[in-house]
Design a protein around this ligand. Sequence first.
Ligand code: SF4
Length: 361
Amino acid sequence: MEFLETIKSITPHPWSRIKNRLGEEDLSLSEATSLLTNEASEHLEEMAQAAHALTRRRFGKTIKLYAPIYISNECINGCLYCGFRSAAGHTKRRTLSADEALEEARIVIASGHRHLLLVAGEDPKAVPLEIIEKIAQRIRPLAASLAIEVQPFDEAGYTRLIDAGIDGVTLYQETYDKEAYQKFHPYGPKSEFCSRINAIDAAGRAGMRFIGIGALLGLSDWRREAIALIAHAKHLMKTHWRASLTVSVPRVRDCASKFKPPHPVSDRELTQLICTLRLSLPDAGIVLSTREPANLRDNLLPLGITQMSCGSVTSPGGYSEKYTSGEQFHLEDFRSAQEFAHMLKQKGFDPVWKDWDPHLG
Ligand code: SF4
């Protein structure tokens, strides 16, 4: 949490001072902040070129592909922007059995994916730790990596999940603005700002191999979110240096609740943010999901993105029944996994279905 204090006193440098540092691999937090200003926005093309070159240098032309498997949409939290929130009476609730989750996984694997992400709302009665362990043990033999985006656990809980075959945790803070956090997370365990941040450290201490953090853009000023996210990433990379870190900046999307974000982020601002993330976090992966439209995803690809979901469905049981009701948010990119991989190859990128073997790691 100390990292949130350090960013309060940061002031950006003028462009003239930062422009010669583009592409250097040791940018400070104040230099990163300088890339988020209106003045820097006038030099977006230069930033994009530097971000592109740095990405090629560190990651080549590879894009790791993954797919989510929604195992439950039951949730006791009240996140105002989410179609799964407990007060969303229009959502058809469902939690998959281990057999049903395995069936979903088989369909996703058949489409080409080997990196899978289990997703659930937060309802400890519907989806306790034991259920996630059971599902992980069933699916793990099919997958190259198996991560979770579910409720937070303590260190002992994450240790059990690692033993069950989970190797990655995605846990977005959503917003680093405490005031906005309280407003948009009015009740439920997720309303505890600090415990959410601390949980990701617990995953790191437990030895989780992949850690994913992110800010949901639209809830507060995007520049404040960006600098807090960078500071958080730097803290995690220093503290849990054995783990591989990814950052993500999804924008709030339409969902059944019709939530309108108070701070919408334009395509140009998102581009500036992604360039800034790449230039200030040269070793971090950057994730871009199917929340963004296909043409924008294709255009952002060369600027620092290293991981993308594709062929995704965001409702429990959605792969076997295809587009049932009760999805978390509306997708913007409907291409199948193979169509997406084909597009990558046409653009000269290598789609990576599998880059990690638990038996060799
Ligand atoms: S964002 Fe997650 S925790 Fe919040 S209501 Fe939706 S499913 Fe529940």
